[in-house]
Design a binder for this molecule. Structure first.
Ligand code: GLY
Length: 398
């Protein structure tokens, strides 16, 4: 064989070998996730027994000083662990995961009447919604519908949005956070389940109001927009978990990407697709996005590269990108990034087997400004990781 040909063939061989190696190994990672979750089930039992409020605590949220922190159903993160169990069932088809998912899902049913928070989508759609997609259980359907009714009570037609928080009423009159986009999936589904278009209309109004006021010219998003509830005028544009009012908090950008991608799924409104693509462009062209595509906790954090990462932002982005790829002309680029994120999460940001009380991933950041949950496991990082995997590798769906 001629020398140049040998060189070319060797080049092709080694680059394809490298490409194979950098592919996400779903089977291996699902197995690891199952092993960690088995450990988590044991740790939950132990933590419940050790706590005075054990009976009220339903789901794991994070580690505090190495100890498992469980939360009550009213916590915004309570639905993620049941959702993880549903995704494991979807990915493995094992009855064990279905039984566990049913048990943990049931524990948060009372939230369907909790109108004091906007986090209904996270709690109920992440758990009952995930379960309904796999089982068609009529009781789950009723919980989803009731939850959508309760969430709708927080909608203000003058503002055209759902109120996020009731706390800090001395600071804000009608705060709406970008995270709230994630609750719209529950409303869109409730319209599909009932034929009642009022949920759909609220979701669309909220998405449009948010598109109008939450985004800067470069398609980065503010975290909190405070409105005047009497006339809908914007009173403040601020942050709560980001570095500063004008910075770009990473998980907020992730919620925006996911939120508008999901809104396009239900409405086919091209404006939402464009919005999601523009947010993706902001995220992936930012000078502070690391090569491995796992963002620092805020794109403007002052000491990059010596700043904590937020793996939860990365897994939300990965899950959103997989869906966005199905709608966009930039499909190939988005799928490449999806694969890069999952590959790097698996390679560098997973818990050591048997450690971290059974959390699958490590190195997420909840709220850096108040030094809470910095560089730790978080249940929602695990949830969106399994969702991102299941979107491509699912073996079971409705
Ligand atoms: N929804 C709260 C958070 O993203 O931290």
């Amino acid at each position: 064989m001629k020398k140049p040909l040998i060189i070319i063939l060797s080049f092709i061989f080694f680059t394809s070998l490298f490409a194979c190696k950098s592919q996400f190994n779903a089977a291996k990672e699902i197995k690891k996730a199952e092993q960690q979750t088995l450990l988590m089930l044991q740790e939950i039992e132990k933590a419940k027994k050790q706590s005075k409020e054990g009976a009220q605590l339903v789901s794991p949220r994070t580690l505090v000083d190495g100890n498992l922190k469980l939360v009550a159903s009213k916590d915004w993160t309570s639905g993620f662990f049941p959702g993880e169990l549903w995704y494991l069932y979807q990915l493995t088809n094992k009855e064990k995961w279905k039984q566990e998912a049913m048990l943990f899902t049931k524990l948060i049913e009372q939230e369907k009447y909790n109108g004091k928070t906007h986090d209904m989508g996270f709690k109920i759609y992440g758990s009952f919604g995930a379960g309904f997609k796999l089982t068609n259980d009529k009781e789950y359907k009723e919980v989803i519908i009731q939850s959508a009714k309760t969430l709708s009570t927080r909608f203000n037609p003058k503002v055209g949005a759902i109120r996020s928080w009731d706390h800090n009423s001395d600071k804000w009159d009608f705060p709406v956070i970008i995270d709230n986009m994630m609750n719209l999936e529950l409303l869109f589904e409730a319209t599909l389940l009932t034929g009642d278009s009022s949920f759909y209309k609220i979701a669309v109004a909220h998405a449009n109001t948010t598109m109008k006021h939450h985004f800067r010219g470069d398609y980065s998003t503010w975290h909190v927009i405070d409105y005047n509830p009497e006339n809908g005028e914007v009173e403040h544009k601020q942050t709560h978990q980001g570095l500063s009012d004008e910075s770009s908090w990473s998980r907020g950008q992730a919620w925006a990407l996911y939120g508008y991608t999901m809104c396009y799924r239900y409405t086919k409104d091209i404006a939402y697709l464009k919005q999601a693509e523009n947010v993706a462009r902001f995220i992936f062209t930012h000078k502070n996005m690391p090569k491995d595509l796992i963002p620092y906790w805020d794109f403007d954090a002052p000491n990059i590269p010596d700043e904590p990462r937020d793996v939860s932002a990365a897994t939300v982005i990965a899950s959103a990108l997989y869906e966005l790829a199905a709608y966009s002309e930039k499909k190939a680029a988005y799928l490449t990034k999806y694969n890069t994120i999952l590959t790097n999460v698996a390679k560098k940001y997973t818990s050591e087997p048997g450690k971290n009380k059974g959390f699958i991933l490590d190195h997420s950041t909840g709220s850096k400004p108040v030094n809470s949950e910095v560089d730790v496991p978080l249940s929602y990082a695990d949830y969106y990781y399994l969702e991102a995997i299941s979107r491509k590798f699912k073996s079971k769906s409705k």
